[in-house]
Design a protein around this ligand. Sequence first.
Ligand code: 2U9
Length: 360
Amino acid sequence: MTDIATLERDVLAAIDSAADEAAVEDLRIGALGKSGSISALLKTLGGMTPDERKEKGPQINGLRDRVQSAIAARKEALGEAALEARLASERVDVSLPVQDGPEARGRIHPISQVIDEITAIFGDMGFAIAEGPDVETDDLNFTKLNFPVGHPAREMHDTFFFAPDENGERKLLRTHTSPVQVRTMLVQEPPIRVICPGRTYRNDSDQTHTPMFHQVEGLVIDKSANLGHLKWILEEFCKSFFEIDDVKMRFRPSFFPFTEPSMEVDIQCSRKGGEIRFGEGDDWLEILGCGMVHPNVLRNCGLDPEVYQGFAWGMGIDRIAMLKYGMPDLRPFFEADVRWLAHYGFRPLDLPTLTGGLSS
Ligand code: 2U9
């Protein structure tokens, strides 16, 4: 076999087995590029005698032409195969249902939903919504609320304290949202009607307690606000929130430093087969605490208790969310598990309204 025939056989075999277009291009450069093997043969023609050139010229040029067309054919075949593979892998089945967008797949956390429901109910009664910082001063969280310095109630709150700053002041994570009402009274003239939902913190953790939890507290201050008004507001709230026509409520005497008198409130319920239903039955369930604002608190917040009076209440949002939506354990609320959220969460476009129902 001549050198030319051997070269042709090798180059054509390599082209035939090239796996992709890049490999074919490498072969083209190796054969027909500036320093390619066939280009080298073509260059030898210049140094040949006319007779030799007559014989070798057609052989070498024929070799170049056949290799060129083999390369073009292989490139085309590989290009078509690559396109086929891409079309197969990227094929869109237009008969499949359209995938939901984020607004349809996302879920509202039950706590956010319940805060929306609570603010819708109290907003409709004419209450403003107030918020304040999670990191508070001892003064606003305790002293102004009539917790005497060194009083055991400060310890009862299992407070998370920060290290004292350069002035010796020891900040804390608020143990209730009451400092928000204190801030409101310090800057706003009565009449005051405000609710304060938000995060609160206590060093406590078990099946019904998490170190961070949510409260909503309410405050009404004017010249004649009294327990009759408080009772009506709480009854209307419970009827709206639990979506029941009527509800019995039971007020038991209690103690809080910031209210006098103070009460804990139970609502009527039935417990059948482990399921709690409100507005029926003859069982009771504690849901909130309340009372008339203590005169010391009014004074501490710049209001004259001889002129102004009012009432306040507080309840745990997480607890009433669990009760309303039948969630057995509090801890998954804050574990950010999307499977839990997919089950218990709410569709973002289903906004709670008073006319359309709150849990629809
Ligand atoms: C001011 C004056 C009075 C807010 C109140 C309660 C009673 C109460 C608890 C319920 C369960 C907290 O979530 S819980 O752990 N709260 O019982 N809260 S009266 O009284 C105030 C607040 C602010 C200036």
